[in-house]
Design a protein around this ligand. Structure first.
Ligand SMILES: Cc1ncc(COP(=O)(O)O)c(C=O)c1O
Length: 438
């Protein structure tokens, strides 16, 4: 492997930026050397090499997934040129599709009666739920130009994207000082033009659960679609409960829940580009399905948004679930619980810190009573940590993953303590940035 300084040079050499389609193709080794150089360049960053992050789930290969990734990577490679629609040609894609649905149902406790559609992740799943809800509202004679979505202000921005695409109004419920929305504030905003209520389980901003049980009642009263955004938490909810955690009911065991999204590329450890939108019954999956037979080449039936959804994503998800098994999944989840408990304990022990809300999943956010968290984050960045933040109030955003590395968590807390002390003593970092997604 190249020394970091050489790699730095190689990556900054403008001749390496390929701005044209070259006249002559390069051999395999040359191309792979270039790709490896770019990839390894990222890994020369201390933060990635040592896992000096606050959002550990964003760079899992830096810590724990290298081995777990080998099997899905090899499986995905076999299907790199295959489209999920090519099932007539490749019946194996249909077999894997049904297997992925079945395994995801078992791990997340989704009943057999629920129907699933494979997606490329939480955004597509959320957009499809809004689409289905709009179609349902139209079926019930509602004017599609006057429909609204009711959700807390911590709901994922992909819902805003869906509202933008489909022309729905958004009514936001503020989460307030407890970082969790109240059912009565949802109730105030729901009316006869509400096409969909969204509940996060949990949300990405603070890792809090919306009051899904109450939202289920509300949805039943108004005969409205209730979508549970379980991108983060739907997959591990059942296992965490089995391991003694008190995770609120947030799926089809509540009668008012119409759809639940589950991301396989988050806490099921599949390679990026894998999620599922489960609907209570086929009727609801049909509502987000596009089906058209007027084209000269024949009927197209598509449950998702993409014309060429990659079968490689499906193969990767299939492989990782088979590799883990329920035993492996329990072990990963137990490790996450350990990491979260350890991190919360370490942060609570620091001077003047305040944990935001009640962290029961994999997201932990916190700030300080006496100093601005964005200053501490900037001081941490100067020490080669990559820190994610939240705003209003300013805080540090952590997403845990299943790595086995207590010393790393201890180093994170110790560096936070030192940076906070430096800020108290008057130190001001050169560049202070607020919260930025990614
Ligand atoms: C709660 C929640 N919903 C939806 C999404 C969107 O998922 P994706 O990035 O897979 O599209 C995320 C992503 O972090 C999320 O945390």
């Amino acid at each position: 492997m190249m020394a970091p300084a050489m790699l730095n040079e190689a990556c900054q050499d403008p001749n390496r930026i390929v701005s044209q389609f070259e006249e002559t193709g390069q051999d395999h080794d040359t191309v792979m050397q270039a790709v490896r150089n770019m990839h390894d360049f990222d890994r020369t960053e201390i933060s990635l090499r040592k896992g000096q992050l606050s959002c550990w789930a964003m760079a899992p290969t830096a810590l724990m997934k290298e081995r777990l990734l080998e099997t899905p990577a090899e499986a995905a490679k076999l299907y790199l040129n295959d489209n999920l629609f090519y099932r007539r040609l490749h019946p194996s894609i249909g077999h894997m599709y049904d297997s992925v649905m079945g395994m995801a149902r078992v791990v997340s406790g989704i009943p057999k009666t629920a129907t699933g559609a494979f997606t490329l992740g939480g955004t597509e799943s959320n957009i499809l739920a809004v689409l289905g809800a709009r179609e349902w509202a139209k079926q019930k004679g509602k004017d599609p130009s006057g429909l609204n979505i009711v959700m807390s202000n911590t709901a994922h921005l992909s819902i805003d994207k869906a509202a933008h695409y489909f022309g729905l109004e958004i009514r936001r419920v503020p989460v307030g000082e407890k970082f969790a929305a109240r059912a009565e504030d949802f109730r105030k905003r729901v009316d006869s033009n509400t096409a969909i209520i969204i509940g996060s389980a949990p949300d990405y901003c603070y890792g809090q659960y919306d009051p899904i049980e109450d939202l289920s009642e509300l949805a039943l009263e108004h005969n409205t679609w209730l979508h549970v955004d379980g991108a983060i938490g739907a997959a591990y909810a059942r296992t965490m409960r089995d391991l003694g955690e008190s995770i609120p009911a947030s799926a089809f065991d509540l009668d008012g829940v119409t759809s639940v999204s589950v991301d396989l590329h988050k806490h099921v450890y599949a390679p990026i580009g894998a999620g599922i939108l489960f609907c209570r019954e086929q009727e609801f999956t049909d509502l987000h399905t596009f089906s058209e037979g007027t084209w000269p080449v024949g009927l197209m039936v598509s449950t998702g948004m993409n014309g060429s959804p990659p079968a490689s994503s499906l193969a990767g998800a299939y492989a990782v679930m088979r590799r883990l098994g329920l035993e492996g999944y329990r072990a990963q989840t137990a490790q996450i619980i350990h990491n979260r408990t350890k991190l919360v304990g370490l942060i609570e022990a620091l001077d003047e810190t305040r944990i935001f809300g009640n962290p029961i999943g994999t997201v932990v956010t916190f700030g300080w009573n006496d100093i601005d968290a964005s200053l501490v984050a900037a001081a941490m960045e100067e020490r080669d940590w990559k820190i994610n933040q939240v705003s209003d109030p300013a805080g540090i955003h952590c997403t845990l993953d299943a790595f086995d590395n207590d010393p790393l968590l201890e180093a994170f807390a110790a560096a936070m303590a030192e940076c906070a002390d430096a800020i108290r003593a008057g130190y001001r970092p050169k560049t202070v940035k607020g919260a930025t997604y990614g």
